[in-house]
Design a protein around this ligand. Structure first.
Ligand SMILES: Cc1cc2nc3c(=O)[nH]c(=O)nc-3n(C[C@H](O)[C@H](O)[C@H](O)COP(=O)(O)OP(=O)(O)OC[C@H]3O[C@@H](n4cnc5c(N)ncnc54)[C@H](O)[C@@H]3O)c2cc1C
Length: 416
C-alpha cells in the first residue's frame, strides 16, 4: 500500500517509521526544508511517561486569575476575536474536574507506557543518536499543600502501574545535589526512575536517516506545502500541494497545530488550539552545577533536561493564536528562572531561545485514528506530550492503516 504522511514533526516521523516497518511504501510531505523544524524542534526533551496528568485538573481554575495578573505567570491569555479560541477555553474549563482529569490520566498513562516500550525497542534496534538518556525525573514542589496533592496523585497512579517515590527535601537534594542552594524552597518531590530524555529534533533527523537508508527507502518531499484534500465519495482521492498533486492509498494527517485548517475544510472538527511554549538551550559550563536527573519545578511549570553538553529548559503556555514569534519578555522570565534555580551551570551569554506551538486539546488527550474518510487517519493534538507519546501513536496509526486493530484500547483518544 502507498501511504502518504502529511507533516514531518515527531508524530509524522514515527508514523512513517512504523508504516515503513509494516511494509508500506511511504512518502512524507513537509513544508519546511527538513524534518522536525517546528514544534518538535527544541521542546523540553522529556520522555515523561508517568507525568501525563492533564493541565485541565481540578485545582487549576482557582490558580488562573492570579496567573493572568502576573507578568511572569506560566499561563498567559491574549483574547482574540476567534470563536475557536473561546470554544477551546470553555471546553478546557469544563474539563477541569477530578473525574475527567483521572480518566484522562488513566488513558494517557496507557498510551505513554505503550510508547515507552516501543521507544526502548526502537533505540535498541536503530542507530539513533539523540542524546537519549534513561536518567529518571524529579518533580519538586515549593509548598507543602502542592506536595501533599502530588503524593495523593502518586498513590492513584500507583494503582495504574507507575513506580514513583515521594522524597522529602533532603531526599531531593541527595538525588540531585545541583538543587542544594534552593533547598529551602523545596517542600518535597516525586521521583520517577523510569523517565527518559532526549533531543526531539535529533530524534526526527535520526529517523529520517534510518528511513532513507532502508532497502525500500521512505521518500521525503520537503519544501512542499499541502493546500487541500480532494474528496471522492467517502475517500480522499488526492492531496493538493504547491508542488503538484500527490496520490496514495492512505493519508495520515500529522500537521501539528496546523492540522485544524485542512481538516475543517473537509468537515472534520478536531478541538485543537495552539498553546505557545518557550525553551532555552544553554551550553553547560560547570558540570556539577547542572542537573543530571530531569527536573520539573512544579510551581513555575518549568522543565529541565540535560541533553549531552547542553541544558534544555522549557515552559509557559500562551493562549495567543498561531504566531510562533519569540516574546523577549517571556524569554527573560525563563532566563531568570534558570539563573535562580541553577545559577552557575551555564554561560548565560550563550542562550539559544526558541518557541513552538503545542497542538493542545482541552482535555489533554490526542486525537488518533480513523476519520469519516475510509483512507484518512489522524495523529494530532498531543499537546505537551508529543515526543513522549510519539512511538505509541505512530504504531497505532500503522496498525490501523494495515487493517489491524490497535494493540491498546483507544477509548477517549479517537475522533468519535
Ligand atoms: C516549549 C515546549 C516544550 C515541550 N516539551 C515537551 C517535552 O518535554 N516532552 C514532550 O513529550 N513534548 C513536549 N512538547 C510537545 C511536543 O513538542 C509536541 O507535542 C510535538 O512536537 C508535536 O509534534 P507534531 O509532529 O504533532 O507537530 P510538529 O512538530 O509541529 O509537526 C508538524 C509538521 O507539519 C508541517 N506542516 C504544517 N502544515 C503543513 C502543510 N500545510 N504542508 C506541509 N507541511 C505542513 C510543519 O512544518 C511541521 O513540521 C513541548 C512543546 C513545547 C512548545
Amino acid at each position: 500500500m502507498k501511504a502518504c504522511v502529511l507533516g514531518a514533526g515527531v508524530a509524522g516521523m514515527t508514523s512513517a517509521y512504523f508504516l515503513a516497518r509494516a511494509g508500506h511504501d511511504v512518502t512524507v510531505i513537509e513544508r519546511n526544508n527538513g524534518v522536525g523544524l517546528e514544534t518538535s524542534y527544541a521542546n523540553g526533551g522529556q520522555l515523561s511517561y508517568s507525568y501525563v496528568a492533564p493541565l485541565a485538573g481540578p485545582g487549576v481554575l482557582p490558580k488562573v486569575p492570579p496567573w493572568l495578573l502576573r507578568r511572569d505567570s506560566p499561563l498567559r491569555f491574549s483574547p482574540r476575536l476567534d470563536y475557536h479560541q473561546w470554544r477551546w477555553c470553555l471546553q478546557f474549563v469544563l474539563a477541569c474536574n477530578a473525574a475527567q482529569s483521572e480518566l484522562t490520566t488513566a488513558r494517557l498513562l496507557r498510551l505513554a507506557f505503550y510508547s515507552r516500550a516501543l521507544m526502548h525497542d526502537m533505540v535498541a534496534r536503530e542507530p539513533l543518536d539523540f542524546d537519549y538518556v534513561r536518567n529518571g525525573k524529579l518533580v519538586f514542589y515549593s509548598s507543602a499543600g502542592s506536595f501533599r496533592s502530588a503524593v495523593s496523585l502518586m498513590d492513584y497512579q500507583k494503582s495504574l502501574g507507575c513506580e514513583q517515590q515521594a522524597l522529602d527535601r533532603d531526599g531531593c537534594i541527595a538525588l540531585e545535589p545541583a538543587l542544594t542552594h534552593i533547598a529551602s524552597d523545596i517542600a518535597g518531590g516525586i521521583y520517577t526512575p523510569s523517565e527518559d530524555a532526549g533531543d526531539c529534533y535529533r530524534f526526527c533527523v535520526g529517523l529520517e536517516h534510518a528511513l532513507r537508508a532502508q532497502a525500500k527507502p521512505v521518500e521525503f518531499r520537503v519544501k512542499t506545502r499541502v493546500t487541500e484534500f480532494v474528496r471522492r465519495h467517502d475517500k480522499i482521492s488526492v492531496v493538493r500541494t504547491d508542488c503538484g498533486d500527490i496520490e496514495a492509498d492512505c493519508y495520515v494527517v500529522t500537521l501539528g497545530a496546523q492540522s485544524v485548517f485542512l481538516l475543517r475544510a473537509i468537515g472534520i472538527d478536531v478541538p485543537i488550539y495552539p498553546l505557545k511554549g518557550y525553551s532555552l538551550t544553554l551550553p553547560i559550563t560547570v558540570n556539577s552545577a547542572a542537573p543530571f536527573v530531569s527536573i520539573t519545578d512544579h510551581q513555575r511549570k518549568v522543565v529541565y533536561a540535560r541533553l549531552g553538553a547542553e541544558l534544555r529548559v522549557a515552559g509557559m503556555a500562551d493562549i495567543a493564536g498561531y504566531r510562533a514569534d519569540l516574546d523577549p519578555a517571556r524569554i527573560a522570565v525563563l532566563v531568570r528562572h534558570v539563573r535562580e534555580t541553577f545559577p552557575d551551570c551555564a554561560n548565560f551569554g550563550d542562550v539559544k531561545p526558541w518557541c513552538g506551538l503545542r497542538p493542545a486539546t482541552p482535555k489533554g488527550t490526542p486525537v488518533l485514528g480513523r476519520t469519516p474518510y475510509s483512507n484518512l487517519l489522524v495523529n494530532v493534538g498531543h499537546g505537551a506530550l508529543g515526543f513522549t507519546l510519539a512511538c505509541g501513536c505512530g504504531k497505532i496509526i500503522a496498525d490501523l492503516a494495515s487493517g489491524r486493530d490497535a494493540e491498546i484500547l483507544l477509548d477517549g483518544i479517537t475522533l468519535h
